[in-house]
Design a protein around this ligand. Structure first.
Ligand code: UFG
Length: 351
């Protein structure tokens, strides 16, 4: 059974990836600082995967800690070797991810995302771990209008968050070029991951005030917020609202499994892949779909554009499809249904 380190493994995306990894018979070691996640997710992962206590130690271990802490990272790799179960690959998700916050706290973003990744790569080098799947983002592209983004589209992030993701990609590219390291690297450039695990036990639950559409939508639909503010009705799109490529978080998780299988069976690869559905949906289309499939209604109004938004961000995902032998399976309907189920389940749980 191969052991995989998942940094940020208790966050929204990480926890769903952990479920897929366990289902595919990997053994996982999770590290997470818990600054934007919760240990409850560990219990949910175990529950979904139906892991009986006897076998738990073998399948899933969790260490609370921060990637800014070099000693902590080295300890994780060393312990795995001492236990004779070395870490064979890393899925690296740990990092800060609010576009907005990054414009206010750029140094914090550089320290956590860039320095944290540097620490991780150093530890990997010391302990001879040669495989990494990195969680990158579509925000590294220069915004376009009505043009699908390929992996060769112009780069040009417009937020410090995007710049840190691009910087990490460059760091990984330099490592890949240095022959002596012989690494396998895949950068997965996520578009807009939403939805939740079908069980309703895992989903997106950001700490503090949410900034992203789905967590806000869930609060409006459940009555916690009075109405949804749609940022801009005058964008150059068919209905005037921004278009995004929403992808179900379980499809995204499966893309990681495919990427992992790919690098574990390769030598010296460096690949950038867009992970989206290739289908663009406007904010209004998301709102209408959500109301229809979940048979609910809520108020919304149009307000001025949000700074830093771009009108259109949709993936040309053909390279990912052909490289990974992977295909997104879930529709916007599924994303809305599963997200709502998660909201209802978690609301009852925390009552
Ligand atoms: N939106 C609203 N009202 C809200 C919140 C969002 O109208 O209250 C709109 C935004 O203007 C945007 C769309 O909903 O048009 C999606 O916004 P999100 O904040 O959910 O997502 P973004 O596209 O801004 O960014 C997300 C992630 C980034 C990631 C990026 C990749 O937050 O981390 O997708 O495309 F990098």
């Amino acid at each position: 059974m191969k052991k995989i380190l998942v940094t940020g493994g208790l966050g929204f995306i990480g926890s769903h990836i952990c479920v897929s990894l366990i289902e595919k018979n990997y053994s996982i070691c999770i590290i997470d600082s818990l600054i934007n996640s919760s240990e409850d997710n560990l219990l949910s992962i175990k529950k979904i995967c139906n892991l009986s206590n006897n076998f738990l130690e073998d399948r899933i271990t969790f260490f609370k800690g921060d990637i800014k802490n070099k000693r902590f990272l080295k300890h994780i790799f060393k312990k795995a070797i001492d236990d004779k179960k070395p870490i064979e690959a890393v899925i690296h998700l740990a990092g800060l991810k609010s576009v907005n916050e990054s414009t206010e706290e750029p140094l914090t973003y550089w320290e956590t995302n860039v320095v944290g990744t540097l620490n991780l790569l150093e530890a990997m080098q010391i302990y001879n771990c040669k495989n990494i799947v990195f969680s990158s983002s579509a925000t590294i592209y220069r915004p376009t209008i009505n043009e699908l983004l390929t992996e060769n589209s112009d780069l040009g992030p417009i937020s410090p968050y995007g710049t840190t993701k691009l910087t990490i990609e460059k760091m990984l590219e330099d490592l890949a070029k240095s022959k002596k390291n012989d690494l396998n690297i895949i950068n997965l450039r996520y578009f807009n991951p939403v939805g939740a695990h079908i069980s309703g036990l895992l989903g997106e639950n950001p700490k503090g005030k949410p900034n992203n559409l789905f967590p806000i939508l869930l609060k409006v639909a459940s009555g916690e917020y009075k109405k949804l503010s749609i940022f801009g009705a005058d964008w150059p799109t068919h209905d005037g609202t921004c278009i995004r490529d929403y992808i179900h978080v379980m499809d995204l998780a499966e893309a990681h499994i495919s990427a992992l299988n790919f690098i574990l069976n390769s030598s010296s690869v460096f690949i950038n892949l867009n992970i989206g559905t290739g289908i663009g949906k406007s904010v209004l289309e998301v709102v209408e779909t959500f109301m229809k499939v979940n048979k609910c209604e809520f108020e919304y109004s149009f307000v001025s554009r949000r700074q830093g938004d771009s009108p259109y961000l949709v993936a040309d995902n053909r390279l990912a499809l052909s490289t990974l032998n992977w295909k997104p399976q879930k529709s916007l309907n599924d994303m809305c249904i599963d997200a709502w189920k998660w909201k209802i389940t978690s609301k009852n749980k925390f009552k």
